[in-house]
Design a protein around this ligand. Sequence first.
Ligand code: TYM
Length: 327
Amino acid sequence: MTRILSAIKPTGQLTLGNYIGALRNFKNYQEGGDVLYFIADLHALTLPIEPETLRLNTRDIASFYLASGLDPKKSTLFLQSMVPAHAELNAILQNYLYMGELSRMTQFKDYSSRLKGKAIGLGIFAYPALMAADILLYDTDLVPVGEDQAQHVELTRDLVHQFNARYGEILHLPKTVVNKTGARIMSLSDPSKKMSKSDPKGDIFLKDDMDVIRKKIMSAKTDSGTEIIYNREEKPGIANLLTIYASLKNISIDDAVTHFKGYRYGEFKKEVADAVIDELEPLQKRYKEILESGEYLAVLQEGAERAKKMAEPLLAKVKEAVGLLNA
Ligand code: TYM
Protein backbone atom coordinates (compact mmCIF):
# COMPACT_ATOMS: atom_id res chain seq x y z
CA MET A 1 0.00 0.00 0.00
CA THR A 2 1.23 3.49 -0.80
CA ARG A 3 2.56 5.22 2.30
CA ILE A 4 1.90 8.94 2.60
CA LEU A 5 3.40 11.25 5.21
CA SER A 6 3.25 14.95 5.90
CA ALA A 7 3.44 17.41 8.78
CA ILE A 8 2.88 20.96 9.91
CA LYS A 9 5.08 22.78 12.39
CA PRO A 10 3.41 24.63 15.26
CA THR A 11 5.34 27.89 14.94
CA GLY A 12 2.30 30.12 14.59
CA GLN A 13 -1.37 30.15 13.80
CA LEU A 14 -2.38 28.14 10.77
CA THR A 15 -3.00 30.19 7.66
CA LEU A 16 -5.19 29.77 4.62
CA GLY A 17 -1.92 28.94 2.82
CA ASN A 18 -1.30 25.95 5.11
CA TYR A 19 -4.88 24.90 4.60
CA ILE A 20 -5.02 25.11 0.80
CA GLY A 21 -1.43 23.98 0.18
CA ALA A 22 -1.49 21.09 2.64
CA LEU A 23 -4.10 20.37 5.32
CA ARG A 24 -7.14 20.44 3.06
CA ASN A 25 -5.65 17.70 0.87
CA PHE A 26 -4.54 15.41 3.69
CA LYS A 27 -7.87 13.65 4.13
CA ASN A 28 -7.97 12.66 0.45
CA TYR A 29 -5.10 10.23 1.02
CA GLN A 30 -6.85 8.40 3.83
CA GLU A 31 -8.86 6.20 1.51
CA GLY A 32 -6.72 3.42 0.17
CA GLY A 33 -3.43 4.80 1.52
CA ASP A 34 -1.38 4.13 4.60
CA VAL A 35 -1.10 7.65 6.00
CA LEU A 36 0.84 9.37 8.74
CA TYR A 37 0.39 13.03 9.68
CA PHE A 38 2.25 14.51 12.56
CA ILE A 39 2.90 17.84 14.21
CA ALA A 40 6.53 18.84 13.78
CA ASP A 41 6.97 20.25 17.28
CA LEU A 42 10.74 19.65 17.36
CA HIS A 43 11.00 21.69 14.17
CA ALA A 44 9.05 24.48 15.87
CA LEU A 45 11.94 24.91 18.31
CA THR A 46 14.23 25.94 15.45
CA LEU A 47 12.96 29.53 15.75
CA PRO A 48 12.51 31.39 19.07
CA ILE A 49 9.10 30.49 20.55
CA GLU A 50 7.51 30.84 23.99
CA PRO A 51 6.74 27.46 25.63
CA GLU A 52 3.08 28.35 26.18
CA THR A 53 2.70 29.49 22.57
CA LEU A 54 4.18 26.22 21.36
CA ARG A 55 1.76 24.23 23.53
CA LEU A 56 -1.23 26.25 22.33
CA ASN A 57 -0.22 25.99 18.67
CA THR A 58 0.27 22.25 19.02
CA ARG A 59 -3.20 21.76 20.49
CA ASP A 60 -4.62 23.93 17.74
CA ILE A 61 -3.04 21.94 14.93
CA ALA A 62 -4.11 18.65 16.48
CA SER A 63 -7.68 19.96 16.66
CA PHE A 64 -7.55 21.31 13.11
CA TYR A 65 -6.25 17.93 11.89
CA LEU A 66 -9.33 16.24 13.28
CA ALA A 67 -11.66 19.09 12.25
CA SER A 68 -10.45 18.87 8.65
CA GLY A 69 -11.65 15.29 8.41
CA LEU A 70 -8.62 13.27 9.43
CA ASP A 71 -9.87 10.09 11.03
CA PRO A 72 -7.58 8.47 13.63
CA LYS A 73 -8.83 5.08 12.51
CA LYS A 74 -7.53 5.72 9.01
CA SER A 75 -4.57 8.06 9.65
CA THR A 76 -1.78 7.76 12.20
CA LEU A 77 -1.73 11.17 13.91
CA PHE A 78 1.01 12.03 16.40
CA LEU A 79 3.56 14.49 17.71
CA GLN A 80 7.10 14.27 16.36
CA SER A 81 8.53 14.62 19.89
CA MET A 82 6.53 11.61 21.11
CA VAL A 83 8.41 9.29 18.75
CA PRO A 84 12.11 9.38 19.73
CA ALA A 85 13.13 7.55 16.56
CA HIS A 86 12.82 10.86 14.65
CA ALA A 87 15.55 12.42 16.78
CA GLU A 88 17.66 9.23 16.65
CA LEU A 89 17.56 8.94 12.88
CA ASN A 90 18.23 12.67 12.64
CA ALA A 91 21.42 12.18 14.67
CA ILE A 92 22.61 9.65 12.12
CA LEU A 93 21.45 11.31 8.90
CA GLN A 94 22.80 14.75 9.69
CA ASN A 95 26.22 13.35 8.86
CA TYR A 96 25.17 12.82 5.26
CA LEU A 97 24.04 16.38 4.56
CA TYR A 98 26.58 19.07 3.86
CA MET A 99 27.06 22.67 4.98
CA GLY A 100 27.08 23.96 1.38
CA GLU A 101 23.74 22.44 0.38
CA LEU A 102 22.11 23.32 3.71
CA SER A 103 23.14 26.95 3.39
CA ARG A 104 21.47 27.10 -0.03
CA MET A 105 18.03 26.12 1.31
CA THR A 106 15.53 28.93 0.65
CA GLN A 107 13.83 28.50 4.03
CA PHE A 108 17.15 28.81 5.86
CA LYS A 109 18.06 31.92 3.88
CA ASP A 110 14.62 33.49 4.54
CA TYR A 111 14.56 32.76 8.24
CA SER A 112 18.13 33.73 8.90
CA SER A 113 17.70 37.03 7.09
CA ARG A 114 14.57 37.69 9.20
CA LEU A 115 16.58 37.18 12.39
CA LYS A 116 18.44 40.33 11.34
CA GLY A 117 21.85 39.88 12.85
CA LYS A 118 20.63 37.88 15.88
CA ALA A 119 22.42 34.60 16.52
CA ILE A 120 21.17 31.81 14.26
CA GLY A 121 20.54 28.51 16.02
CA LEU A 122 22.02 25.30 14.68
CA GLY A 123 18.54 23.74 14.42
CA ILE A 124 17.33 26.04 11.67
CA PHE A 125 20.43 25.25 9.63
CA ALA A 126 20.14 21.50 10.20
CA TYR A 127 16.35 21.59 9.69
CA PRO A 128 16.36 19.39 6.54
CA ALA A 129 18.17 16.54 8.36
CA LEU A 130 15.32 16.16 10.84
CA MET A 131 12.83 16.49 8.02
CA ALA A 132 14.64 13.77 6.06
CA ALA A 133 14.53 11.57 9.17
CA ASP A 134 10.77 12.22 9.48
CA ILE A 135 10.18 11.06 5.94
CA LEU A 136 12.66 8.19 5.67
CA LEU A 137 11.79 6.58 9.00
CA TYR A 138 8.55 5.21 7.55
CA ASP A 139 9.65 4.17 4.03
CA THR A 140 7.39 6.93 2.75
CA ASP A 141 6.27 6.88 -0.89
CA LEU A 142 4.55 10.27 -1.17
CA VAL A 143 5.05 13.55 0.66
CA PRO A 144 2.27 16.06 -0.08
CA VAL A 145 3.51 19.60 0.64
CA GLY A 146 3.17 23.18 -0.54
CA GLU A 147 5.76 24.56 -2.95
CA ASP A 148 7.99 26.03 -0.22
CA GLN A 149 8.73 22.62 1.33
CA ALA A 150 9.46 20.82 -1.94
CA GLN A 151 13.14 21.79 -1.80
CA HIS A 152 13.53 19.92 1.49
CA VAL A 153 11.97 16.78 0.06
CA GLU A 154 14.26 17.02 -2.95
CA LEU A 155 17.24 17.22 -0.61
CA THR A 156 15.92 14.12 1.15
CA ARG A 157 15.90 12.34 -2.21
CA ASP A 158 19.53 13.34 -2.83
CA LEU A 159 20.41 12.00 0.59
CA VAL A 160 18.75 8.65 -0.21
CA HIS A 161 20.81 8.26 -3.40
CA GLN A 162 23.99 9.09 -1.60
CA PHE A 163 23.34 6.96 1.47
CA ASN A 164 22.22 3.94 -0.56
CA ALA A 165 25.21 4.23 -2.88
CA ARG A 166 27.42 3.77 0.16
CA TYR A 167 25.43 1.26 2.27
CA GLY A 168 23.10 -0.56 -0.15
CA GLU A 169 19.34 -0.25 -0.66
CA ILE A 170 18.42 0.84 2.86
CA LEU A 171 16.42 4.04 2.44
CA HIS A 172 13.23 4.26 0.39
CA LEU A 173 13.08 7.06 -2.21
CA PRO A 174 10.09 9.37 -1.52
CA LYS A 175 8.27 11.49 -4.11
CA THR A 176 7.12 15.05 -3.58
CA VAL A 177 3.48 15.79 -4.35
CA VAL A 178 2.80 19.46 -5.01
CA ASN A 179 -0.72 20.42 -6.10
CA LYS A 180 -1.09 22.11 -9.46
CA THR A 181 -3.30 24.82 -7.97
CA GLY A 182 -2.79 26.37 -4.55
CA ALA A 183 0.72 25.17 -3.75
CA ARG A 184 1.79 28.75 -3.11
CA ILE A 185 -0.82 31.09 -1.66
CA MET A 186 0.49 34.63 -1.47
CA SER A 187 0.09 37.38 1.14
CA LEU A 188 -3.04 39.49 0.64
CA SER A 189 -1.20 42.71 1.46
CA ASP A 190 1.91 41.94 -0.60
CA PRO A 191 1.18 39.32 -3.26
CA SER A 192 4.85 39.08 -4.17
CA LYS A 193 5.37 37.27 -0.83
CA LYS A 194 4.19 33.89 0.40
CA MET A 195 1.43 33.80 3.00
CA SER A 196 3.31 32.53 6.05
CA LYS A 197 2.65 31.91 9.75
CA SER A 198 6.04 33.32 10.60
CA ASP A 199 5.42 36.53 8.62
CA PRO A 200 1.77 37.23 9.37
CA LYS A 201 1.18 40.45 7.42
CA GLY A 202 -1.50 39.78 4.82
CA ASP A 203 -2.46 36.39 6.25
CA ILE A 204 -5.85 34.86 6.69
CA PHE A 205 -5.74 32.71 9.80
CA LEU A 206 -7.97 29.68 10.13
CA LYS A 207 -9.07 31.11 13.49
CA ASP A 208 -9.96 34.60 12.21
CA ASP A 209 -13.51 35.82 12.75
CA MET A 210 -15.60 35.71 9.60
CA ASP A 211 -16.01 39.49 9.43
CA VAL A 212 -12.22 39.89 9.74
CA ILE A 213 -11.74 37.43 6.87
CA ARG A 214 -14.20 39.34 4.71
CA LYS A 215 -12.48 42.63 5.51
CA LYS A 216 -9.03 41.21 4.72
CA ILE A 217 -10.17 39.88 1.35
CA MET A 218 -12.09 43.04 0.44
CA SER A 219 -8.95 45.09 1.11
CA ALA A 220 -6.53 42.65 -0.56
CA LYS A 221 -3.98 44.42 -2.72
CA THR A 222 -4.78 44.17 -6.43
CA ASP A 223 -3.88 46.56 -9.26
CA SER A 224 -5.23 49.59 -11.06
CA GLY A 225 -6.73 47.53 -13.91
CA THR A 226 -10.25 46.20 -14.26
CA GLU A 227 -9.84 42.80 -15.90
CA ILE A 228 -9.97 39.54 -13.99
CA ILE A 229 -7.33 37.44 -15.71
CA TYR A 230 -4.65 35.08 -14.40
CA ASN A 231 -1.20 36.62 -14.71
CA ARG A 232 1.10 35.97 -11.77
CA GLU A 233 3.73 38.50 -12.86
CA GLU A 234 1.57 41.45 -13.86
CA LYS A 235 -1.52 40.89 -11.72
CA PRO A 236 -0.28 38.90 -8.71
CA GLY A 237 -3.08 40.04 -6.38
CA ILE A 238 -5.85 38.98 -8.77
CA ALA A 239 -3.99 35.75 -9.61
CA ASN A 240 -3.78 34.92 -5.90
CA LEU A 241 -7.49 35.49 -5.31
CA LEU A 242 -8.32 33.38 -8.39
CA THR A 243 -6.09 30.62 -7.01
CA ILE A 244 -7.80 30.73 -3.61
CA TYR A 245 -11.22 30.57 -5.24
CA ALA A 246 -10.34 27.79 -7.69
CA SER A 247 -8.72 25.68 -4.96
CA LEU A 248 -11.65 25.95 -2.58
CA LYS A 249 -14.21 25.27 -5.32
CA ASN A 250 -12.14 22.38 -6.73
CA ILE A 251 -12.15 23.90 -10.20
CA SER A 252 -9.34 24.87 -12.58
CA ILE A 253 -7.97 28.41 -12.75
CA ASP A 254 -9.34 28.65 -16.31
CA ASP A 255 -12.84 27.82 -15.08
CA ALA A 256 -12.51 30.43 -12.34
CA VAL A 257 -11.45 33.05 -14.89
CA THR A 258 -14.44 32.15 -17.09
CA HIS A 259 -16.76 32.36 -14.09
CA PHE A 260 -15.60 35.89 -13.21
CA LYS A 261 -15.58 37.28 -16.73
CA GLY A 262 -17.15 40.77 -16.69
CA TYR A 263 -17.10 41.05 -12.88
CA ARG A 264 -15.81 44.19 -11.18
CA TYR A 265 -13.01 43.74 -8.65
CA GLY A 266 -15.36 44.48 -5.73
CA GLU A 267 -17.92 41.84 -6.77
CA PHE A 268 -15.13 39.38 -7.47
CA LYS A 269 -13.61 39.85 -4.01
CA LYS A 270 -17.02 39.43 -2.42
CA GLU A 271 -17.44 35.99 -4.02
CA VAL A 272 -13.92 34.96 -3.05
CA ALA A 273 -14.70 35.99 0.53
CA ASP A 274 -17.94 33.96 0.42
CA ALA A 275 -16.01 30.90 -0.77
CA VAL A 276 -13.44 31.23 2.03
CA ILE A 277 -16.13 31.77 4.66
CA ASP A 278 -18.21 28.83 3.40
CA GLU A 279 -15.19 26.64 3.93
CA LEU A 280 -13.78 28.05 7.16
CA GLU A 281 -16.95 28.67 9.16
CA PRO A 282 -17.87 24.97 9.58
CA LEU A 283 -14.19 24.02 9.95
CA GLN A 284 -13.82 26.51 12.80
CA LYS A 285 -16.94 25.22 14.52
CA ARG A 286 -15.62 21.64 14.48
CA TYR A 287 -12.17 22.81 15.58
CA LYS A 288 -13.63 24.59 18.63
CA GLU A 289 -15.64 21.55 19.69
CA ILE A 290 -12.61 19.27 19.37
CA LEU A 291 -10.31 21.68 21.20
CA GLU A 292 -12.77 22.00 24.08
CA SER A 293 -13.37 18.26 24.33
CA GLY A 294 -9.63 17.59 24.57
CA GLU A 295 -10.14 14.41 22.53
CA TYR A 296 -7.04 15.10 20.46
CA LEU A 297 -4.72 14.09 23.32
CA ALA A 298 -5.66 10.43 23.37
CA VAL A 299 -5.52 10.41 19.56
CA LEU A 300 -1.95 11.72 19.55
CA GLN A 301 -0.80 9.28 22.19
CA GLU A 302 -2.32 6.32 20.45
CA GLY A 303 -0.91 7.49 17.13
CA ALA A 304 2.54 7.86 18.67
CA GLU A 305 2.46 4.27 19.94
CA ARG A 306 1.60 3.06 16.45
CA ALA A 307 4.27 5.27 14.86
CA LYS A 308 6.93 4.02 17.30
CA LYS A 309 6.33 0.46 16.17
CA MET A 310 6.31 1.45 12.51
CA ALA A 311 9.62 3.29 12.92
CA GLU A 312 11.52 0.47 14.61
CA PRO A 313 12.53 -1.70 11.62
CA LEU A 314 14.00 1.11 9.53
CA LEU A 315 15.94 2.59 12.44
CA ALA A 316 17.39 -0.85 13.20
CA LYS A 317 18.32 -1.32 9.53
CA VAL A 318 20.08 2.05 9.38
CA LYS A 319 21.97 1.42 12.62
CA GLU A 320 23.11 -1.94 11.34
CA ALA A 321 24.14 -0.47 7.99
CA VAL A 322 26.31 2.29 9.44
CA GLY A 323 27.92 0.02 12.03
CA LEU A 324 26.04 0.80 15.25
CA LEU A 325 25.34 -2.26 17.35
CA ASN A 326 21.62 -2.96 17.71
CA ALA A 327 20.48 -3.98 21.18
P1 TYM B 1 4.93 24.36 7.51
O1 TYM B 1 4.40 24.15 8.87
O2 TYM B 1 5.70 25.59 7.23
O3 TYM B 1 3.73 24.32 6.49
C1 TYM B 1 2.79 23.27 6.48
C2 TYM B 1 2.37 22.98 5.06
O4 TYM B 1 1.75 24.15 4.50
C3 TYM B 1 2.36 24.46 3.26
N1 TYM B 1 2.32 25.92 3.07
C4 TYM B 1 1.75 26.53 2.04
N2 TYM B 1 1.12 26.06 0.94
C5 TYM B 1 0.65 26.95 0.05
N3 TYM B 1 0.77 28.30 0.21
C6 TYM B 1 1.39 28.82 1.29
N4 TYM B 1 1.51 30.14 1.43
C7 TYM B 1 1.92 27.92 2.26
N5 TYM B 1 2.59 28.10 3.42
C8 TYM B 1 2.83 26.85 3.91
C9 TYM B 1 3.80 23.95 3.40
O5 TYM B 1 4.41 23.78 2.15
C10 TYM B 1 3.58 22.66 4.14
O6 TYM B 1 3.21 21.61 3.25
N6 TYM B 1 8.96 21.51 7.33
C11 TYM B 1 7.50 21.44 7.25
C12 TYM B 1 6.92 20.47 8.25
C13 TYM B 1 7.54 19.13 8.17
C14 TYM B 1 7.29 18.17 7.16
C15 TYM B 1 8.08 17.03 7.54
C16 TYM B 1 6.51 18.14 6.01
C17 TYM B 1 8.41 18.60 9.07
N7 TYM B 1 8.73 17.34 8.70
C18 TYM B 1 8.07 15.88 6.76
C19 TYM B 1 6.51 16.97 5.24
C20 TYM B 1 7.28 15.86 5.61
C21 TYM B 1 6.96 22.81 7.53
O7 TYM B 1 7.57 23.58 8.21
O8 TYM B 1 5.75 23.09 7.03
